[in-house]
Design a protein around this ligand. Structure first.
Ligand code: SF4
Length: 384
């Protein structure tokens, strides 16, 4: 398959691994954060970490749209079904994410709630047209990649006078989240996470381009390399980051040139700007309230905004006790640091969003066998 097989070739992977081994300085550590869950899965699926020298570490970031949505917003979606009797249209990954009171959208559906799994915004529009006597709400989530199709649906509903359709908007923005991580006390002052460089997301960057990363590459003096999702993309990008660090550079470079340009997709950007505007702040799971990190529907399309059409109070809710998703999403912990990983929490019985989503770090560790290491006896016991 063009643009896939070429980027999975074993001999090229071995050559890149050798180039990385030659490039690294054995006297320093390289902590490289992959913001995007797609990269996390590529790293584990293809064993990329195993090809790296011991001093090159991947730090998993918050770039999984299902994982970062706080429980309160899922509770809001459940209230739409239970209290306002709407038909709620949602992407499949959201259905199994645990909400408050041991609920999830799937459980609410099993107990009679009208929740429909959709593959696109167009499915949701069709459901609204087919059910003129019911209110239909599209549960919109995702980063910059999924925002343009939501904008198209809002414009179509507006133009067609589809007044039983609305959107519960939870679209979030990547650059604001990366900046928040770099400004966090764990990175800036406490030193509990060290991040030397970033793999920039691939699909998101196809929309926004590489330019939005230039500010924080300069401001925080961290290199960024926009990386494709195939294993050779990740390895080539790792080599580019390591080179920049060795040369003391902090630039935005683009490995994924077959898709991403500096300017991005201008048509999609203008569509999004027509329908959405920045929210003052938005809560992310793991990151808390992040200023100007999400979108809301503009006043011109207010009639299609579920948050204006229905009474939807802000809900503050805690994660399941013991679930380390918030720390994992900030890169402070790894899935195997969670006591519930692989014991209470598995893909069949997820306790947190990171085990549900196909882009979640816990799901990646589980799917590709990064299980908990056996506990070693401590030195005193060994000596005894
Ligand atoms: S293993 Fe489960 S409980 Fe632990 S952090 Fe991951 S999702 Fe949460």
């Amino acid at each position: 398959m063009k643009y896939v097989e070429e980027f999975r070739q074993r001999d090229l992977a071995q050559q890149l691994a050798a180039a990385i081994r030659n490039e690294v300085n054995p006297g320093r550590q390289y902590n490289l954060m992959e913001f995007c869950g797609g990269h996390t899965h590529a790293i584990f699926r293809y064993g990329v970490q195993d090809l790296m020298p011991a001093n090159v570490k991947f730090v998993h970031g918050p770039g999984c749209p299902v994982c970062v949505l706080p429980i309160g917003r899922i509770d809001n979606a459940i209230q739409l079904v239970e209290q306002h009797d709407v038909i709620l249209c949602s992407y499949g990954d959201m259905l199994r994410v645990p909400a408050s009171e041991r609920k999830s959208l799937l459980r609410v559906k099993a107990s009679g709630g009208d929740i429909r799994m959709v593959y696109s915004t167009q499915d949701a529009l069709r459901i609204a047209r087919d059910n003129p006597g019911r209110q239909v709400v599209f549960f919109a989530i995702g980063f910059e990649t999924t925002t343009p199709p939501t904008a198209v649906a809002i414009r179509q509903a507006h133009a067609g006078g589809l007044d039983n359709f609305s959107v519960f908007c939870n679209h979030v923005l990547t650059p604001a989240a990366i900046q928040n991580i770099l400004e966090s006390p764990e990175v800036r002052t406490m030193g509990s996470i060290s991040i030397d460089g970033f793999f920039g997301p691939s699909h998101v960057s196809s929309i926004i381009g590489s330019r939005p990363y230039e500010f924080f590459a300069e401001e925080f003096q961290r290199p960024v390399v926009i990386a494709g999702f195939e294993p050779l993309d990740v390895m080539q990008s790792a080599l580019m980051l390591i080179r920049q660090l060795n040369e003391g550079r902090h630039e935005v470079e683009n490995e994924y040139t077959r898709v991403v340009s500096r300017e991005g997709n201008l048509k999609a950007q203008s569509l999004v700007a027509e329908v959405f505007e920045l929210r003052r702040s938005f809560e992310w799971r793991g990151l808390g309230l992040v200023p100007y990190s999400a979108l809301q529907i503009k006043a011109d399309f207010a009639g299609l905004d579920a948050e204006r059409r229905f009474d939807m109070p802000a809900i503050s809710a805690s994660d399941v006790k013991g679930c380390e998703c918030p720390s994992i999403l900030r890169g402070v912990k790894r899935p195997t640091d969670c006591k519930l990983f692989g014991t209470v929490c598995t893909p069949d019985n997820p306790m947190g969003s990171c085990m549900v989503s196909s882009e979640g770090a816990c799901a990646a560790y589980w799917s590709y066998g990064r299980f908990r290491q056996p506990e070693m006896p401590d030195s005193e016991e060994s000596a005894a």
